[in-house]
Design a protein. Structure first.
Length: 175
């Protein structure tokens, strides 16, 4: 969404925000907590201008539209088969299997998209709503938590590896 200041658009929607991973820890039997730390550095405006940015993650939620991979046919030349991204393309899908069923942790967002609690529902046929600017914490991502220390935001899970699919929603709070 557009970032407004005194009714004026100061950063238009779809502007690139550049950051970096500050830490990453995988889930294992010996160490069940997985983490990904993120810090944001700058904004790249469409004009080519760069602005410094100090922001922390206020809220995080699943993508608005899950990545859907078409069912492959037996014909190697079929368009559906050709359009399935390979692992080498660096894409992660939120859908699993040929049935189009959502994974079990793909529950609905917190009703209305506001508030500060996480909703860990597991309804497979729910829709995802856009995050509201007042939303805080993790919404609809079962077993995940969010902490912030200064400019670094850490997403963690005690049950699985943390991965953020393309299109993951974030609300950033400028510091």
């Amino acid at each position: 969404m557009d970032l407004l200041l005194h009714g004026q658009i100061v950063i238009p929607r779809n502007t690139k925000i550049v950051g970096h991973v500050t830490e990453a820890k995988v889930h294992s039997k010996e160490s069940p907590n997985s983490t990904v730390g993120i810090a944001f550095d700058r904004v790249l405006l469409k004009s080519g201008r760069e602005l410094p940015l100090q922001a922390a993650v206020q809220a995080i939620a699943r993508p608005l539209q899950p990545v859907v991979f078409p069912v492959a046919s037996d014909d190697p030349m079929s368009p559906a088969t050709a359009s399935i991204p390979s692992a080498s393309q660096g894409q992660r899908g939120a859908m699993t299997g040929a049935s189009g069923q959502l994974p079990p942790n793909y529950g609905p967002p917190y009703p209305g998209g506001t508030g500060s609690r996480s909703d860990n529902s597991t309804s497979p046929n729910s829709t995802v709503s856009p995050l509201d600017p007042a939303t805080k914490g993790v919404v609809g991502m079962k077993g995940f938590s969010l902490t912030t220390s200064g400019e670094v935001s850490v997403v963690s899970s005690n049950t699985e590896n943390v991965h953020l699919d393309s299109g993951t929603q974030l609300i950033l709070r400028v510091q």
